[in-house]
Design a binder for this molecule. Structure first.
Ligand code: LLP
Length: 421
């Protein structure tokens, strides 16, 4: 039934396990809803990318937005990753876990002067600049602080990548990057400033991309910009291909990363460039699940609904992108199957985790695991309907650690006043 299950998330005598811990015992200990992450899976995912890239001078900068829990960042730092950040907040998180600044790249279309100041103070590896206006502000901030900003320009390669339209970023109709025709002019402007240091060319074409071809097309585009730069006496060291490496949620074939690396290797052989990639989902996506408890099972003439204690505020992907997440029971039991929507408690019809899914005929009190929820799960959660955000738990072999406690109602009301007299 589920090809998703691997050596990390698996059944053992009918009980669903994360590494050597049964998820039922986690629910007992920490309550639900809860995100559960496997340390081994995160380490394995990073190791696989590193091994594939063995023959290419490269830097893996984990895209913090996918899952920014400090323990996870710390784990990735210890295992050798650099970081891709998109806000002052994400930068602060990476510095908090002791990331070395020369492994941090700062992306994003709307960096504020304050965020630039924080990056300059930390002496980060590269700011990926996305517009002429941003270049001006970065140069002004570097001048004011008496610094030199190390930078690249994020080029919009105008490449079509098949994915959900909300997370496709590499076409000219998208807000991201600088059109490739305008990049050279901007680089020349940057080269004239004593406060800007040009180090690379960057792009990012989207997320959850399953085909190799668009990445190679994008690489060809930034390579051609890098060549133009050399011809203009502006040599660069880094080519940042961004992230977006697609994983398996359902039946789809994940991106063939090895094939991508072969294509990248062919293009970079004999060049002076160092590759940067910014994977988020590929490192943490399949390393996490959301654990939820069944509250009620409702049936009417047309539909069955399994109402669980996690909702769209906890895992927004199904509502926002129509994303598919496999759902499995924490305890396998033979018997009837049920065609149902798995829905949350929130007051919106869009509050669902799955639609028209065939599941075991669960009962109130049963536990369900929503799989492949390690990326863009907790980080996209909200307090809508004044719902405390879930606990986060990290499993390492037989050991489970609470890495973020469930929020309390006091946390949610902090800073607000009843007012009046
Ligand atoms: N680099 C940049 C500049 C990005 O904008 C992103 C993701 C990444 C790297 C990492 O992409 P990844 O390797 O994780 O695909 N919330 C959506 C995904 C949004 C991705 C935004 N940018 C989802 O749940 O599918």
């Amino acid at each position: 039934m589920n090809q998703k299950l691997d050596e990390v998330f698996r059944y053992c005598s009918g009980e669903f396990f994360c590494e050597d811990v049964s998820v039922a015992s986690l629910a007992e200990r920490f309550g639900t809803p809860a995100y559960v992450y496997s340390q081994a899976a995160i380490a394995r995912n990073l190791r696989r990318l590193e091994e594939s890239l063995r023959d290419i001078p490269s830097l893996i900068c984990y895209s913090v937005k996918a899952n920014s829990n400090l323990r996870i960042l710390s784990l990735l730092r210890e295992t050798g990753a650099g970081f891709d950040v998109v806000s002052g907040g994400e930068l602060a998180r990476t510095l908090r876990v002791g990331a070395s600044a020369d492994r941090i790249v700062f992306s994003g279309v709307g960096k504020t002067p304050q965020e630039m100041d924080a990056g300059l103070a930390a002496c980060i590896l590269i700011f990926n600049v996305e517009s002429a206006g941003e270049l001006e502000v970065l140069e002004a901030r570097a001048r004011a602080l008496g610094k030199r900003a190390r930078m690249a320009i994020r080029v919009n390669p105008d490449v079509v990548a098949q994915t959900h339209p909300y997370i496709s970023t590499g076409q000219i109709v998208h807000k991201f990057g600088v059109p490739k025709e305008e990049a050279l002019e901007l680089y020349k402007r940057a080269a004239r400033s004593p406060h800007l240091e040009i180090h690379g060319v960057a792009c990012h074409i989207g997320s959850q991309i399953l085909e190799v071809e668009p990445f190679l097309k994008a690489l060809d585009e930034i390579l051609s910009v890098a060549t133009q730069l050399r011809e203009n006496n502006i040599p660069v060291e880094y080519l940042d291909l961004g992230g977006g490496f697609g994983i398996r949620y359902a039946e789809e074939q994940p991106l063939d990363f090895k094939q991508l690396v072969r294509g990248v290797g062919e293009r970079l052989r004999g060049t002076p460039y160092r590759l940067v990639i910014e994977p988020g989902r590929a490192l943490v996506g399949d390393a996490g699940i959301l654990l939820a408890r069944v509250l009620y099972v409702k049936r009417n003439q047309q539909k069955n609904f399994i109402v669980v204690d996690a909702g769209m505020n906890d895992l927004m992907r199904p509502t926002l992108y129509g994303s598919y997440h496999e759902i499995v029971p924490a305890r396998q039991r033979p018997g009837e199957l049920l065609l149902a929507d798995v829905v949350g408690p929130l007051c919106e019809t869009g509050d669902f985790l799955a639609q028209d899914r065939t599941l075991p005929d669960v009962q109130p009190g049963d536990l369900l695991a929503i799989l492949t929820a390690g990326a863009y799960g907790f980080v996209l959660s909200s307090n809508y309907n004044t719902r405390p955000r879930p606990a986060e738990i990290l499993v390492d072999s037989a050991h489970a650690e609470l890495i973020r406690p469930r929020e309390r109602l006091e946390d949610l009301m902090a800073g607000e006043e009843v007012g009046g007299r």
